[in-house]
Design a protein around this ligand. Structure first.
Ligand SMILES: C[S@@+](CC[C@H](N)C(=O)[O-])C[C@H]1O[C@@H](n2cnc3c(N)ncnc32)[C@H](O)[C@@H]1O
Length: 279
């Protein structure tokens, strides 16, 4: 059988239409993985014929994607902000909507001297993006999953980001001192939510997704205890589900935060609620 060309392999995206919102992109990323090339190579050399080994490897990666496995777990990496992070099934694959936390922190805080805490850091996405953008901040990032802590530390090392102290901690348990900003994208999905049985979420760990009290348990804990870890005038910013903005606002107000606001993501959905410790 003649060997397939790049153009012929890219057509296989049609098979992914029922499981992916981005079938063409998925196939391009998998093919680049196999050919060890940039996506521009695929468009420049569509008539290039792949060899037998490459074709076999492409088929095996495509089969995993057809079974629903997220592209980021197949390739082991995911872009976030300006960084490319290693990912693993130990934690969540960083999402583009989480960049709203990074963008807001950069816009609202000074360029130097800021003490920042990232709770539930996972791959290190938020803390490493901020550490990279603000080399004169000092950051602490914690996660309760030892494998996530190892992953985040590896990402920091590989990216040469030295101002983030990454630790194992059950929320604030291993955290000392006060911070000018506390940021978190904690688990916020309710147990039994139908989305947990759909798409990428089926492959991501429950420890990164599910919280008690209908998804609000961890958010509420961080709002309550977080106040004690904020400097006067310090900022708390939390990512949450699109239907949790009102509940979050009530909890911020009940704990005495000021300047409480809910920000929308690029899809126009409530995504981040923030407030300040009175100072
Ligand atoms: C939704 S993921 C967010 C990961 C990362 N911050 C991001 O935005 O991609 C939540 C993270 O919180 C961590 N986590 C869950 N419970 C925790 C706890 N009690 N203390 C610290 N981290 C926790 C999980 O292991 C997971 O890495």
């Amino acid at each position: 059988m003649p060997l397939a060309t790049i153009a012929e392999l890219l057509v296989r995206a049609e098979q992914l239409q029922h499981i992916s919102d981005t079938p063409r992109l998925d196939v391009e990323i998998l093919l680049c993985r196999v050919l060890d090339c940039q996506r521009s190579y695929l468009f420049t050399w569509p008539e290039h014929r792949v060899d037998g080994d490459q074709a076999a490897r492409f088929e095996s990666l495509l089969a995993r994607r057809l079974a629903g496995e997220p592209v980021a777990y197949i390739t082991g990496e995911q872009p976030f902000w300006t960084l490319v992070l290693k990912v693993s099934p130990a934690t969540l694959i960083p999402r583009p909507e989480t960049e709203l936390l990074v963008e807001t922190a950069l816009a609202r805080l000074p360029e130097s001297g800021v003490r920042c805490l990232d709770l539930g850091t996972g791959t290190g996405a938020i803390a490493l993006a901020l550490g990279f953008e603000r080399p004169r901040w000092s950051l602490v990032a914690v996660d309760s999953e030892p494998a996530a802590v190892g992953l985040a530390r590896g990402n920091a090392r590989r990216l040469g980001i030295a101002n983030v102290d990454i630790r194992g901690s059950d929320w604030f348990a291993q955290v000392e001192g006060v911070f000018d900003v506390i940021i978190s994208n904690p688990p916020y999905v309710a147990e039994g939510d139908v989305h947990l049985r759909q798409g990428d979420l089926r492959f991501e760990p429950v420890s990164a997704l599910v919280a008690e009290d209908g998804g609000l348990g961890d958010l509420e804990h961080i709002i309550g205890v977080g106040r004690e870890y904020l400097s006067a005038g310090g900022l708390l910013m939390l990512e949450h589900g699109a239907d949790q903005g009102d509940a979050l606002q009530r909890r911020f107000h009940a704990r005495g935060y000021t300047g409480v606001e809910t920000l929308k993501d690029l899809a126009g959905l409530d995504r981040v609620t923030l407030g300040y410790r009175p100072g």
